[in-house]
Design a binder for this molecule. Structure first.
Ligand code: SF4
Length: 287
C-alpha cells in the first residue's frame, strides 16, 4: 500500500506510473475528509444548510488548490472544499492588515471537531504519515495501548528511509520517500517486481509539507546558514510531544464521529465521505 495524502504525488503517479494506481490508498487527503465531514456531520449537528457553508483550507501546498477542484472531490454534488489558500497567502493577508500575529492571544478551536492529536501534527513532515499510521496499526493489531510510539528510524532528512517494524510477531517492511525523484526510484522497483516493502509513504516535496510549495519562502542568505526544514520539522515533533493525545484513533472527536455517523472505519458510509479514486492521466496536455 502507498499513501495518498499528497496531491503533488497523486498527480505524479497518475501521469507516470498509472499501472500502479491500485496500490494507492483510497483515503482522501485530510483536508478533503475534513471538508466532507464539515458539510455532512457538522452541518447536521449545527443545523446548517451545507450549501451555505463555504469551506476554505489553509495549506502549505499549491497542489491542494488543484486537488480541491478534482471532479471526484464531492459528495452528493456538494463540494468537499470550496477554496484553498496557502500559508504564504495567509501570511501576506495578515501583514496587509497590519496584524501583529505573534502578539495575538492563543485560543482553542471551535467545537465540535476542535480536538487534534500529535499524530495529526506530524503529518506535516516526511515520515509523519507513516508514523501516525503505525501508532494506530500497532495498537489495533496487538490489541493493547503501546507506550513506545516514536519511530525514529523514519524521521530525518534522508530522501528514502527504510525500516523493518515488528508488529504482533510480523515484520512489516516500510519505506518513506520525499521528493519525486526518490518516489520514482521506489516505483521503478515495484514495476520491476523488486520492491520488498509492504507499506510506502510518499510526499512530493523534499522534506514533506514543511517545505511545501505554498510555504513562506526564505531568502537564500538565510537558507545557507539555517536548516529551515529541520527547524520546521522539530517544531512539529514538539507539538506532538506536548499533545495530550498522540494517536489518531484516540481522538475523542474522531471516535464520536464514527459512533454517531460513520459507524466504523471502512464502512459503506465512511467510503462515501472519506474515500476517493484515481485515474491515469496524459503526461502532457497539449490541447
Ligand atoms: S508534500 Fe508538497 S505536494 Fe504533497 S501535500 Fe505536502 S506540500 Fe502538498
Amino acid at each position: 500500500m502507498i499513501t495518498s495524502c499528497s496531491p503533488g504525488w497523486v498527480r505524479f503517479i497518475e501521469k507516470n506510473f498509472p499501472s500502479l494506481l491500485d496500490h494507492l490508498s483510497t483515503c482522501k487527503s485530510p483536508h478533503q475528509m475534513f471538508g466532507a465531514i464539515i458539510k455532512s456531520y457538522y452541518a447536521k449537528k449545527c443545523n446548517i444548510d451545507p450549501n451555505k457553508i463555504y469551506m476554505v483550507s489553509v495549506m502549505p501546498c499549491i497542489a491542494k488548490k488543484y486537488e480541491c477542484q478534482r471532479e471526484e472531490m464531492e459528495v452528493d454534488k456538494i463540494r468537499d472544499v470550496d477554496a484553498v489558500i496557502t500559508t504564504r497567502e495567509l501570511a501576506r493577508m495578515i501583514k496587509q492588515r497590519d496584524i501583529d500575529f505573534t502578539s495575538l492571544e492563543d485560543s482553542t478551536f471551535d467545537d465540535p471537531m476542535g480536538e487534534a492529536t500529535g499524530a495529526g501534527a506530524i503529518f506535516g513532515t516526511t515520515g509523519g504519515v507513516m508514523e501516525a499510521a503505525l501508532r494506530t496499526a500497532a495498537d489495533k493489531l496487538e490489541n493493547k495501548e503501546i507506550k513506545n510510539i516514536e519511530y525514529h528510524q523514519i524521521r530525518g532528512e534522508k530522501g528514502i528511509k527504510e525500516a523493518n517494524i515488528n508488529i504482533n510477531g510480523k515484520v512489516i517492511k516500510i519505506a518513506v520517500a520525499s521528493g519525486l525523484g526518490n518516489a520514482r526510484k521506489l516505483m521503478e522497483e515495484i514495476k520491476e517486481g523488486k520492491s520488498p516493502y509492504h507499506f510506502i509513504e510518499i510526499m512530493a516535496c523534499p522534506g514533506g509539507c514543511v517545505m511545501g510549495g505554498g510555504q513562506p519562502i526564505k531568502k537564500s542568505s538565510i537558507r545557507s546558514t539555517v536548516d529551515v526544514r529541520k527547524l520546521r520539522a522539530d517544531a512539529i515533533y514538539t507539538i506532538d510531544e506536548k499533545s495530550t493525545i498522540r494517536k489518531s484513533h484516540e481522538n475523542p472527536t474522531v471516535q464520536k464521529i464514527y459512533k454517531e455517523f460513520l459507524q466504523s472505519p471502512g464502512s459503506k458510509i465512511a467510503h462515501k465521505y472519506l474515500h476517493t479514486h484515481y485515474k491515469a492521466q496524459k503526461k502532457y496536455n497539449l490541447d
